[in-house]
Design a protein around this ligand. Structure first.
Ligand SMILES: NC(=O)CC[C@H](N)C(=O)O
Length: 207
């Protein structure tokens, strides 16, 4: 089989890390800033970065609707952190009027962990892998609600703010999901050398 061509959304974000991870797995990778580039790809990665800037630039360059259309038509897409926000159909705590590309039937809370800790690392168990994934969270979103076609792949325990320290409540928050050929993580699998999530994504592209 010939290698798939994977585009990395390159208007903003940690593009290079994703390019390296995908190339290490044998994919042909192109940076995508224009519609002609988007037209050539078999799959798309939307990196971590800043979702408000991503959507602003996509609007300014007139490509937001092209991304929306291709994703809604079934282009396999992997969003990490800000990329997860860009794939979400609904956001909580977005900037005023913030929109997304959508496609993933989830509600995502932006900067969700911010009240507790801005950035942290954790060993996160996945339904798809025998061993946990070492996950780096940076001002990360979490998934607050999922539609019926969304499969939850991973959650992390969090302590919810309570009136007093004594009755802090614990709950699990979703940090990785899959819906058809769409995959999203709250954290940055492109940081570090664990390629399992990129490989899982390339398997979705092949299907
Ligand atoms: N590391 C990240 O991608 C952070 C996401 C960022 N908080 C946003 O809203 O887009």
């Amino acid at each position: 089989m010939t290698s798939p061509t994977i585009g990395v959304f390159a208007l903003q974000g940690d593009v290079r890390e994703h390019v390296q991870a995908l190339q290490a797995l044998g994919a042909d990778v192109v940076a995508v800033r224009r519609e002609e580039e988007l037209d050539r790809v078999d799959g798309l990665v939307i990196p971590g970065g800043e979702s408000t800037t991503m959507i602003k630039l996509a609007d300014v360059f007139g490509v937001a609707d092209a991304f929306r259309r291709r994703i809604s038509e079934g282009l396999p897409t992997f969003g990490t952190c800000a990329g997860m926000i860009m794939l979400a159909d609904r956001i909580v705590d977005g900037a005023d009027g913030q929109t997304t590309f959508g496609g993933l039937d989830v509600t995502v809370r932006r900067n969700a962990f911010g009240r507790q800790v801005d950035s942290f690392e954790a060993q996160v168990p996945f339904t798809t892998f025998p061993d946990p994934v070492h996950a780096v969270f940076i001002r990360a979103p979490w998934v607050e609600q999922v539609g019926p076609d969304v499969e939850v792949l991973a959650s992390v325990p969090v302590v919810l703010d309570a009136a007093t320290d004594d009755d802090d409540e614990r709950a699990d928050r979703i940090v990785a999901v899959r819906q058809g050929a769409l995959l999203a993580t709250s954290f940055h699998p492109e940081v570090g050398d664990d390629l399992r999530l990129h490989r899982l994504f390339l398997d979705l592209v092949d299907m």
